[in-house]
Design a protein around this ligand. Structure first.
Ligand code: PEP
Length: 257
């Protein structure tokens, strides 16, 4: 049987400074390249906006790809302080995280804003990484299912008219909010059930013709990642804290072979 390849998305949030982001790339690009080639896993780096150009420059001609942490929900226009999806794509971003729980919480992004962002990413040629997840740690699968369904409820309205020439891949990142940055990984039985029920929800909410891929994110470490790699639906991981320390990130990627 062929080995599964995973996508590892490093979300550096606003933690790494400009200088630290450059140092990270300069110091580790050769290791990252070897790691990606040796494991077959793909690596996406998501620096903060001002570093997009520099990280693009430092990763050009390598297998490492670039992603953004967010984009505007508007098309280019008079929106001071916003960054359009198209500019990010012009700077080499192939992926864009949208709807991260920190943006839903601190920036009050709504499901509608997020659905618009998905649209702009696709129009710009980037694959959106759409984050969904419940806030409370209740581990009630049926309740979580209805929260995830609600978070996806407007998606179809904003992507249904897109033509077949637009990007057609959407990554859905299930990130229980209570697991982000807390050191608490959901129980693997719960996660199995969540991914089982997520597929029918997503196929109801996303029009036909799109390719859907699934990520998991929330307190992943080199110690716990192996416990969830056997969940067949999971195609990769969104990694916050553990991506900041390259050795930890490397160990995680090396374990997924
Ligand atoms: C995240 O913020 O998307 C995330 C997964 O963070 P952490 O890995 O630190 O929990």
């Amino acid at each position: 049987m062929n080995k599964k390849s995973f996508l590892f998305v490093a979300n550096w949030k606003m933690v790494l400074t400009a200088q630290q982001s450059m140092n990270y790339c300069q110091e580790h690009i050769s290791d990252m390249t070897k790691l990606s080639e040796a494991t077959g896993n793909s690596i996406v780096l998501c620096p903060s906006f001002p570093m997009i150009g520099a990280v693009n420059y430092l990763t050009i001609d390598t297998p490492i790809t670039l992603g953004a942490q967010s984009c505007s929900s508007f098309a280019p226009g008079a929106y001071t302080g916003e960054v359009s999806a198209i500019s990010l794509a012009e700077f080499g971003c192939k992926y864009c995280i949208v709807g991260h729980s920190e943006r839903r919480h601190y920036c009050h992004e709504t499901d509608e804003d997020i659905a618009r962002k998905v649209r702009h990413c696709l129009l710009a040629g980037m694959a959106p990484i759409l984050c969904i997840g419940e806030v409370e740690d209740e581990a009630i699968v049926i309740k979580t299912a209805s929260i995830l369904d609600e978070q996806l409820s407007l998606l179809s309205d904003y992507v249904i008219d897109l033509g077949i020439n637009e990007t057609r891949t959407i990554w859905i990142a299930y990130e229980p909010v209570w697991a982000i940055g807390t050191g608490r990984l959901p129980d693997s039985h719960y996660l199995h059930e969540i991914y089982d029920m997520l597929e029918p929800i997503v196929s109801k909410r996303v029009p036909q013709g799109f390719t859907i891929r699934y990520l998991y994110g929330g307190s992943l470490t080199e110690e716990n990642i192996e416990s969830i790699t056997n969940i067949g639906t999971i195609d990769g991981f969104l990694v916050g804290g553990s991506s900041l320390d390259f050795q930890k990130f490397k160990n995680m990627i090396s374990l997924c072979v």
